[in-house]
Ligand binder design. Structure first.
Ligand code: GAP
Length: 434
């Protein structure tokens, strides 16, 4: 029963995401492309708010961070040096009968195919990097990989950044961008995709300091999750066992989240030692110590799509106390795709429409951007539509507005209404954004 309820919740979330234009299946009009998703207008806004909040906390508000926007296509020597060509692989088994492929470490019955009952072959290592060809030649010298992590775009610009900005240790470099992995079994909506986005920091420290900064970033990661509105009662830290560490990691703590489909990874924090800089033959002149060193690296790594899913699931609420259940997304105002929706009480009263459009909607839209206008159906239906996409406030222009220049603001979470002067609307919103 519990399992059914969990599946039901995931179905509701997937269907809401599609119906209200948050997320669509990639290439849907041609039957889809497994492991790819397209974000619609509202989904795009939420992604934008997640990425902006991350960049502000971890990069632009700090003096020790340097952003980078590296190319996705990189020289394949990068991936040879990073160990990904040799070691970025998952164990895969293939069914001898139906030829379906599965992650060997994720199946319960190691002998029999879960789909057709056929015999499963021996596990093989399957490299997850997507290959493509650059230029007109199609030989192996033209092979390039789509990056499976944004981290290498950072390491390969370490020297450029040091030469350009002369940062003192400790300092960090950060990047937000697409990553690609040919996952054997993409699944659980946007949890495991083949094309996804990462937000990563490589923080360069002296070896002796690594533990201090590991703990520091663990706290910072928790702080950010809480700040954007992820339900912290569903977040758990997992010390990854030595045998499960990625090939570059000396220590990893995974932040896991209680998704409806189980407790699984949300973000990761790794101590990469000086593995990458050593392999790329990069050094740093430590003026303080008067020597050349290879700094060690603490890596907080965040999946944007998983942040989206965890935030969406944390915000999802159903109020069943009324006649019909009311679904509302309890986003913090600063994260909500739409901040407020403006409506005239009746759409066939030109004086209300003109007031709502000219004196309320237009100036708020110019100031905040994320403002909607809705005059369809009755007020109750408009509230429901906004609740479902997580709009914190519905602003209604009624007949009293024409004489008192005040509007009614209805709160998404409590349903309570208050009267506010039109001249105070901008202040009302701004005060609640931080
Ligand atoms: N640079 C380190 C690194 O890439 P990772 O644990 O493989 O480490 C980091 O990935 C984060 O990227 C994960 O914690 C997760 O949030 C996200 N991620 C990884 N694979 C993903 C996938 N197939 N779909 C969506 N997000 C993914």
């Amino acid at each position: 029963m519990a399992k059914e309820k969990e599946n039901e919740l995931m179905e509701k979330v997937v269907s809401l995401c599609k119906r209200r234009g948050f997320i669509f299946q990639g290439s849907e009009i041609y039957g889809g492309l497994a492991g790819t998703f397209d974000y619609g207008d509202l989904g795009g806004e939420l992604l934008h708010n997640i990425k902006n909040s991350w960049w502000k906390k971890f990069v632009s508000s700090r003096r020790d961070m340097y952003g980078i926007r590296a190319a996705i296509l990189m020289n394949s020597k990068v991936w040879e040096a990073s160990g990904h060509v040799a070691g970025f692989a998952d164990p895969m088994v293939e069914c001898e009968k139906c030829k379906r492929r599965f992650r060997a470490d994720q199946i319960e019955d190691k002998e029999k195919c879960a789909e057709c009952g056929g015999k499963l072959g021996e596990p093989k290592q399957f490299n997850m990097m997507f290959k493509t060809q650059i230029g007109a030649m199609e030989d192996s010298s033209a092979t390039v990989y789509l990056r499976p992590e944004t981290a290498q775009g950072i390491f390969s610009n370490f020297k450029n950044t040091v030469d350009a900005y002369h940062p003192k240790l400790p300092f960090g470099m950060a990047q937000i961008g697409k990553a690609f992995r040919n996952e054997i079994t993409p699944r659980d909506f946007i949890f495991r995709c083949r094309e996804f986005e990462q937000m990563e920091i490589e923080y360069f420290v002296r070896e002796a300091d690594w533990q201090k900064y590991f703990e520091y970033f663990k706290d910072q990661m928790n702080e950010w999750m809480e700040d954007i509105g992820i339900d912290m009662s569903k977040v758990h830290e997992l010390e990854v066992a030595p045998e499960d560490l990625a090939h570059y990691s000396k220590r990893t703590v995974d932040f896991e989240f209680d998704y409806p489909f189980g407790k699984k990874e949300l973000f990761g924090l790794a101590y990469r030692g000086n593995f990458d800089l050593t392999n790329h033959k990069l050094e740093y002149v430590d003026e303080e110590a008067g020597e050349k060193i290879t700094p060690h690296v603490i890596e907080p790594s965040f999946g944007v799509d998983r942040a989206f899913l965890a935030l969406f699931l944390s915000a999802y609420n159903e109020d069943t106390s009324g006649e019909e259940p009311r679904v509302f997304l309890k986003f913090k105002p600063k994260m909500a795709p739409i901040l407020a929706c403006v409506s005239p009480l009746l759409k066939n009263k030109p004086e209300l429409v003109e007031y709502a459009e000219m004196k309320v909607f237009t100036p708020l839209k110019a100031e905040f951007g994320r403002i909607a206008y809705d005059d369809n159906g009755n007020i109750g239906k408009r509230y429901r539509r906004q609740d479902e996409i997580g709009t914190p406030w519905c602003i209604v222009v009624d007949f009293d507005t024409l004489t008192d220049d005040s509007v009614t603001i209805r709160d998404r979470d409590t349903g309570t209404q208050e009267r506010v002067k039109v001249s105070d609307l901008s202040k009302f919103i701004k005060e609640r954004l931080d």
